[in-house]
Design a protein around this ligand. Sequence first.
Ligand SMILES: *[C@@H]1O[C@H](CO)[C@@H](O)[C@H](O)[C@H]1NC(C)=O
Ligand SMILES: *[C@@H]1O[C@H](CO)[C@@H](O)[C@H](O)[C@H]1NC(C)=O
Ligand SMILES: *[C@@H]1O[C@H](CO)[C@@H](O)[C@H](O)[C@H]1NC(C)=O
Ligand SMILES: *[C@@H]1O[C@H](CO)[C@@H](O)[C@H](O)[C@H]1NC(C)=O
Ligand SMILES: *[C@@H]1O[C@H](CO)[C@@H](O)[C@H](O)[C@H]1NC(C)=O
Ligand SMILES: *[C@@H]1O[C@H](CO)[C@@H](O)[C@H](O)[C@H]1NC(C)=O
Ligand SMILES: *[C@@H]1O[C@H](CO)[C@@H](O)[C@H](O)[C@H]1NC(C)=O
Length: 917
Amino acid sequence: MWLLSSVYFAFINVSLWLSWMHHGDETKTHAPVENMRPSLCPELHNSDESYLTLSRTWHVLGPFKSGTREATWGADHLERLGGFRNLSYDLGARFNSALGPDGYVRWSSIQVEEPVSGAGYAKATINLSFPEVDWAFLRSIYGWSALQYQAWARGNLTVIGTVPVTVGLFTDGVLEFRVDDEPYFGGDFYAYRRAPLIVSLAPGNHVLDIRLVRDVRALGGPEQPTIKARIEIIEALGEVGIDNSTLLTAEVVEGRLLSPFASITFRNHLRSWVEIREIQSFGPSETHLSLLDGPLRLAPYQSRPIAFTVKSHGSSSLNFSFNFGYGVDYSTETRISQTVDVNLTEREINEAQKVTFLHPSGIVSYAILRPPVNSSCHSEVNGKLPVLIGLHGAGLEADSELARHMLDAAYGICTWFIFPTGVTPWSGDDWHTWGSADVLAAVAAIPNWIKAVGWNGPGVALEDWLVSGHSNGGQGTWFFLTHQPDKVVAAAPVSGYSSIENYVPFTMWHNAEPALTAVLKTARQSFKHELLVSNIAGIPVLQQHGSADDNVPAYHSRLMHELIYEAGLSSEYHELEGKGHWFDGVLTTDSLLSFYSRHAAISNSANKLLPLNFSIVVPASGDMGSKGGIVVDQLETPDRSGHIKVSREDGERVWRLSTGNIHRFHLSPAAIRATIPSHIFIDNGTRSFAVPTENAGLMWFVKTSGEWIATRGDSWRSLDQRYGKQLGMMDAILRTTASFTVRAYSQGSDGVASQISRNTFQYFAADSRVISRCKEESFARASDDHNTGNVITVALKDDLPRSELANFPIHVDSGNLVVRRPHLSRGGSSEHKYEFEPGLGAIFLRPLMNDRLELVVWGADLSGLQQASRLVPMLTGVGQPDFVVLSDRCRWQGFAGVYAAGFFDRSWQVSGAPYVT
Ligand SMILES: *[C@@H]1O[C@H](CO)[C@@H](O)[C@H](O)[C@H]1NC(C)=O
Ligand SMILES: *[C@@H]1O[C@H](CO)[C@@H](O)[C@H](O)[C@H]1NC(C)=O
Ligand SMILES: *[C@@H]1O[C@H](CO)[C@@H](O)[C@H](O)[C@H]1NC(C)=O
Ligand SMILES: *[C@@H]1O[C@H](CO)[C@@H](O)[C@H](O)[C@H]1NC(C)=O
Ligand SMILES: *[C@@H]1O[C@H](CO)[C@@H](O)[C@H](O)[C@H]1NC(C)=O
Ligand SMILES: *[C@@H]1O[C@H](CO)[C@@H](O)[C@H](O)[C@H]1NC(C)=O
Ligand SMILES: *[C@@H]1O[C@H](CO)[C@@H](O)[C@H](O)[C@H]1NC(C)=O
């Protein structure tokens, strides 16, 4: 029995939870409360299993102020006192707090809600509020940012039994916690429940310290700002577990599986390494399964999404069952996992249907697709129809009934319909780097669907997008308008916010020196759509917003409408009197329907969208596609945006470009929605450059010593040039083209490596393989490195290996962390040395060959390493630049405590205006 894994993390219906969580940025979907099933019935366990209890009374200390997404940087006032862990419940003690009614806060105790204790299972819900604080007054001055705060809560978890028990600890709504003083950063802020912490607990009492951070985007802005969090502890039975609620497959239409890609989450419950060796199917013998990337290994207690393909040739039922064969540690013995039954859903061809595909990072993702079945669409002249992309709001799953049917009333319109997920209900990173890559991959998967069903209806114009989206998806629509303007033939941002900074202001952050604040602000500018409006020139835009929207105020749409006018452009704006954030049919109002149909029909005229004169703003974020076919490869400095002004003359065959902060660009003629130029002049130079008629994309225009020249060939793409997927701030690490490799490089760094792997899976559904140096020679061979993904290196002290790039400006050298910065005025450079001290940490990007990246997470000691690891990209709005050197003070001062922060330029040197002390 022991060899077989059995019941694990049960299917958990999170709909009740979601209806709590998303009073903020989200469509309000109040699923019926009866759907909330007990998560795992304690009676399933036999009596000699461990009994788990959580205390009903918890001790609370707070509130303290907290800025929007500031907690990632530390910024925990109590750390000044050695941390909450160093404090004991004491009704007489008081603590300085800007939110305390008399300038102080004191300990209190609360009763948890819905406590459950039982065999192998315990649960408690924390519902925290501080009615003694005058929130209304604070809000009248600081707005929503005043309704965000932090507090700590302490409770006991008791294991009653005689042997240690391995449990999965689910922490919905929590960003950070401690179990018996062991810190865990990440938690499960959005209640995804993908990657619980798996730990082994000895019999007896364990102290749980939970840091609670209130976020308006997740919890809304009501009069009494409460924090909700849920702790759920489920015994992990068996050596390994398969979370069958995570099974992802395509659906079936007319007896054909729409796509072979499938995945399921596999958990290692052991302190040993586990290797998954094979997958086998049962049922119709014609079903053949294979691991996409096997064999693959799981570090102790790791969860990974296992991608596999399903090929069926049968004609009867396509349903099947499968299990995995795995080995533990060095053992050659192959054991068999639990079996999972797969019931594939059948759809009609004219229904919304689920297709799977590969996200660029190698994980399996899905989108909901609906083909143009309307017979009137079949007579289109060129036979290709554009794609209408519907972007969902925060907290919504694309295959929820709500998202699937958002555009039902638009189904007569002659377009392909696709609802991407952005990988997670929060679209990965709000439809930015991770989420937009998913949209591109979803659209690119349409031809595979056409093949899979043998479709002979109208074709698809893959480069002609109509984009519409609601709430966070409205913000995503602005993202595509400003970052992929050549793809968008028309767009309708609905009830969207203009940027995260404008949504919930960052007012409450610790103050820092202006030079440092400038670095942070630059890092956050990349998705500030207010600054990028000129990129939408020529694209028809319809904006819609309810006047009574108390979730995303109509101010956002009014503001963009005004800014678009200031840029000399126009958009159509419809404010719906008395309407709130969401109502049935919000994406299919009469004006939207007529907008979609008008622009669905323009495919042929889409090639005339480009205005005679237009401007491009290129943010340093690196997620910028082309505008007017102009693709900027490198900026002169990443400290500012790049600018290009274009005027088209002489029958539109001659383009005059004037540039600012642009170093290198090329043309992508196929993307130009206008006559392709024959010649271009750059920066008023007298020389004109002939645009080649073939392979124009292989000719680069480069500014060298103030002069523009044209070069052929891509040999400039070398390790010492920063380009392509390496561009942008720390988020660039998310542009991996295979699973991440997390390298635990030092003794004692395995815990942090596991945490990074857990967080990237929890928050992005990203896969990572962990390599531990302690294990390298034996089980996890680092040398089998034909991996093409990005690497996250976790190291302590002098262990950090040198960069592959010889003159990389940051390195560790006998007891010092060294940062080399150039002298702009004098030439040359100088080195800043940070001698190892307690709490010193650093995190920075480094280049790898072939457009790949490495993210170094380093500490002079474990505390510094843990501090640095908090900044591995996870939540949006945190604002990580390319490199950060952290001091021990960051624990309470947050960003204000950093020693150095800044950006790398196009040759991987520290750029112009870093902050270095
Ligand atoms: C998941 O696994 C559990 C335990 O084996 C089983 O009771 C349940 O029916 C399964 N659910 C699905 C959807 O396969
Ligand atoms: C822990 O708190 C005590 C006072 O309660 C203080 O004296 C001590 O310095 C603190 N420890 C740390 C590491 O700050
Ligand atoms: C949480 O607490 C607040 C204030 O004490 C109360 O009004 C609210 O009903 C509670 N919420 C839940 C879900 O129990
Ligand atoms: C946790 O248990 C300890 C020891 O029994 C007890 O002193 C403490 O008050 C408990 N804490 C809470 C929050 O119940
Ligand atoms: C799989 O089984 C379910 C339940 O029996 C059934 O509804 C469905 O049609 C089957 N799917 C296929 C593709 O055979
Ligand atoms: C599949 O369908 C069968 C027949 O309807 C049902 O008994 C079984 O529980 C289903 N399994 C899953 C995993 O949904
Ligand atoms: C461009 O060059 C011409 C002639 O060299 C000069 O008259 C004109 O002022 C220049 N324009 C700009 C914008 O520099």
